[in-house]
Ligand binder design. Structure first.
Ligand SMILES: Cc1ncc(COP(=O)(O)O)c(C=O)c1O
Length: 428
């Protein structure tokens, strides 16, 4: 028998730590792991440039892909919205905050996405947090792409449904998980709680992945989920306003509108404002206004948000929107080709997100701060946004970047990190 140490320290015997101690320990642990983050104060923004702490930077960091956040028509619409309806919505939509601009925006979003209805939320994050638990719960299953965004994972966890993952962008693996889930259900059918409807399975993916910029094979995923009788939620946060003939998204581009039950979008990326939305059937809308708790129990977004987002949506659909998307469409291969020439291994240039994969967190921070010293802001993305040891610099492009910005960035990067290819050994 193992002898007991004379003074065993059991957690219960330890003096309780003050909150200050616990917080200091947490920060020390983050610093030790190169995971410290800082809020960098920005005094002014001018398109893709910004002033911070007395210096001007060119950023490759925002999700304002079409450069609409400061567009005069969008800013004017925000001003008009506030002047007409006030600064705040004063209550949740069901109490008395369901103002005309919210309805006008939702009708326009539904028309844009080709769905019967749309419902807006304060952010994309709270859209996922409210929607997934409104659709599934204990006894159901959510199957997520392994690289799905944190809001989708958190929404799935909150739902209480069984959580499974499938390999990134792999319909064959999704099929395997669906099959194993079906047999698990058959085995446990007698022990599951009785419910008012058969157990459901919700498959969840992004269409443009936020950290790698690659595209989901939505047709193949839809084939697999249809065969299993599952439902599909697609997060189009980084596709809305950019992809497809009307720039409605990757769902539109692939022609799979009728096979996706739930589309999630954001108003804070290509539309340049803030907020999130669900597009889908009228039935879906009607259930969400009853059951999506982040919609029910929260003050409606400011009306100025809705008027600005509607103006941005009109711009996306206009010839100017097309011209901006085309300019962005030229920026992406320009930067991609320059980076590839420097030896960076990148996914195909399918979206304005280009990841420079570094791996080690400290190395990613070092390169990001060297770039910052030369006037370029590129975020070092680290855990928990990506897995540990998969740190990267995430470059995002905008329609406001000019070829000179891209070339200056490429020159600087080449000087700071001449060639990321492994040096060949003598025998290789
Ligand atoms: C794929 C994806 N979904 C949802 C969100 C959340 O959207 P929002 O920023 O509007 O909360 C993000 C934001 O980064 C995202 O990248």
């Amino acid at each position: 028998m193992a002898s007991r140490s004379p003074n065993p320290v059991h957690p219960a015997d330890q003096a309780p730590s003050s909150l200050a101690n616990a917080l200091a320990q947490r920060l020390a642990h983050l610093a030790h792991s190169h995971l410290t983050r800082k809020l960098r104060r920005v005094a002014r923004t001018h398109g893709v440039s910004l002033d911070s702490h007395g210096d001007r930077f060119v950023q490759f960091a925002s999700n304002d892909y079409l450069g609409l956040a400061q567009h005069p028509l969008v800013v004017e619409a925000a001003r008009d919205g506030a002047a007409t309806f006030g600064a705040g919505s004063t209550a949740s939509r069901l109490i008395c905050g369901s103002l005309e601009p919210h309805h006008a925006l939702e009708e326009a979003l539904a028309e844009f996405k080709g769905t019967e209805a749309a419902l807006t939320f304060a952010s994309g994050y709270t859209t996922a947090l409210g929607t997934i638990p409104a659709l599934v719960g204990p006894g159901d299953t959510v199957i997520l792409d392994r690289l799905a965004h944190a809001c989708l994972v958190d929404g799935a966890r909150l739902s209480g449904a069984q959580l499974r993952v499938f390999r990134h962008n792999d319909p064959v693996d999704l099929e395997r998980v669906l099959r194993s889930e079906q047999s698990r259900r058959t085995r446990h059918s007698t022990t599951l709680p009785p419910r008012s409807r058969p157990a459901a399975t919700l498959v969840v993916t992004e269409s443009v992945f936020s950290m790698d910029g690659d595209l989901a094979p939505l047709q193949a995923l839809a084939d697999v989920k249809d065969a299993a009788g599952a439902w599909l939620l697609v997060d189009e946060a980084h596709a809305t306003g950019l992809l497809g003939p009307r720039r409605a998204g990757w769902i539109e581009a692939l022609g799979v509108r009728d096979r996706v039950e739930v589309t999630l979008g954001t108003l804070g990326k290509a539309l340049g404002v803030a907020g999130g939305f669900i597009a889908g059937s009228r039935l879906l809308h009607d259930v969400l206004i009853h059951d999506a708790r982040s919609f029910l129990f929260s003050t409606a977004p400011p009306p100025a948000n809705a008027t600005a987002a509607l103006a941005a949506l009109r711009l996306v659909q206009s010839p100017e929107g097309a011209a901006r998307a085309e300019h962005l469409g030229r920026n992406v291969p320009h930067l991609h080709a320059g980076l590839t020439r420097q030896g960076w291994e990148l996914p195909p240039p399918a979206s304005p997100i280009l990841p420079l994969r570094i791996g080690d967190e400290a190395n990613a921070l070092t390169l990001a701060s060297a770039l910052r010293a030369h006037g370029f802001l590129v975020p070092a993305i680290r855990h928990p946004t990506v897995a540990r040891g998969q740190a990267r610099l995430r470059l995002t492009l905008s329609a406001l970047h000019q070829p000179e910005h891209l070339d200056a960035f490429l020159d600087t990067l080449a000087r700071l990190r001449p060639d990321p290819r492994p040096t060949p050994t003598r025998n290789s």
